[in-house]
Design a binder for this molecule. Structure first.
Ligand code: NAD
Length: 253
């Protein structure tokens, strides 16, 4: 369906070579949005672009390490050069481990916090001025239920970084609301992605999905649907919000 809110606009999705980012990139493209598919792996970004083009959508693959400020600045400029605007952004990169506090190293701290928190700050740092100059836009950041609840098996650095994403989202929303820019985040529960299957056996995943009231893993497309909603005209009065997509986990107190 032709939706003028989306058709012909441009979205930038980081970490969209796989998982949730790929699903969001495809969902934007299905709405007629031109998508910059950005990932640290160019080959994975190109796979996402091929799948978007197969479906008749428009997309460009761009390699970028989302933890590198100069690279993120170049990525935002390359998006403008390619498509002429930046209307929506999904800052989605993040990495965690299942390590205990005692096993976490300082190198782990840097990797996890740079990937999960700094990348979101850098994304917004370069996206927001472009949207302000354009007269508006919408940003969605990927947080996690690990940033809200302690029942997740995520490590504490990841939990702290994701809690930081939620607060940075609210802070940016407050600062940029006068410029017609909305900033929200999604907080997924356990999502069926590559990283999950690499870290945990099927049995472990099902035991972890027991945190959800709805006893199954979440599909990446179900997170993408929430991200698209937060960017849509239907969400015009929603900003600074953290939307859990968690099978009801946040109802457990
Ligand atoms: N899978 C889950 O259960 C779950 C739950 C809550 C939150 N999340 C969050 O969702 C987001 C996406 O996770 P996913 O499960 O889709 O992971 P994924 O591993 O399936 O995909 C992540 C993508 O990010 C890319 N990437 C990693 N580091 C990068 C960097 N520095 N710069 C650019 N790209 C980079 C990877 O190459 C990969 O393509 C992350 O922020 C993660 O913390 C995931």
């Amino acid at each position: 369906m032709n939706d003028p809110h989306f058709t012909g606009k441009t979205a930038l999705v980081t970490g969209s070579g796989a998982g949730i980012g790929r699903a969001t990139a495809k969902a934007f493209a299905a709405k007629g949005v031109r998508v910059v598919v950005s990932d640290i792996s160019l080959a994975d970004a190109e796979d996402t672009v091929a799948s978007i083009r197969d479906g008749g959508g428009e997309a460009a693959a761009m390699q970028c390490d989302a933890t590198d400020g100069a690279a993120v600045e170049r990525l935002v400029q390359a998006t403008l050069d390619r498509f002429g605007s930046l209307d929506f952004a999904h800052n989605n990169v993040g990495v965690g481990t299942g390590k205990s506090i005692e096993d976490l190293t300082e190198a782990d701290y840097r990797l996890i916090s740079d990937t999960s928190l700094k990348s979101v700050m850098l994304g917004m740092k370069y996206q927001l001025p472009v949207m302000r100059a354009q007269g508006g836009g919408a940003i969605v950041n990927t947080a996690s239920m690990a940033g809200i609840s302690t029942v997740q098996t995520a490590d504490i650095v990841y939990a702290g970084a994701k809690a930081g994403v939620i607060q940075m989202t609210a802070h940016a929303a407050r600062t940029y609301a006068p410029y017609d820019i909305r900033v929200n985040c999604v907080a997924p529960g356990l999502v069926r992605t590559k990283i999950l299957s690499e870290m945990f056996t099927h049995e472990q995943q099902m035991a972890m999905a027991d945190f959800h009231l709805i006893k199954r893993l979440i599909e990446p497309e179900e997170i993408a649907a929430a991200a698209i909603f937060l960017c849509s005209a239907d969400a015009a009065m929603i900003t600074g919000h953290c939307l859990p997509v968690d099978g009801g986990q946040s109802a457990i107190r």
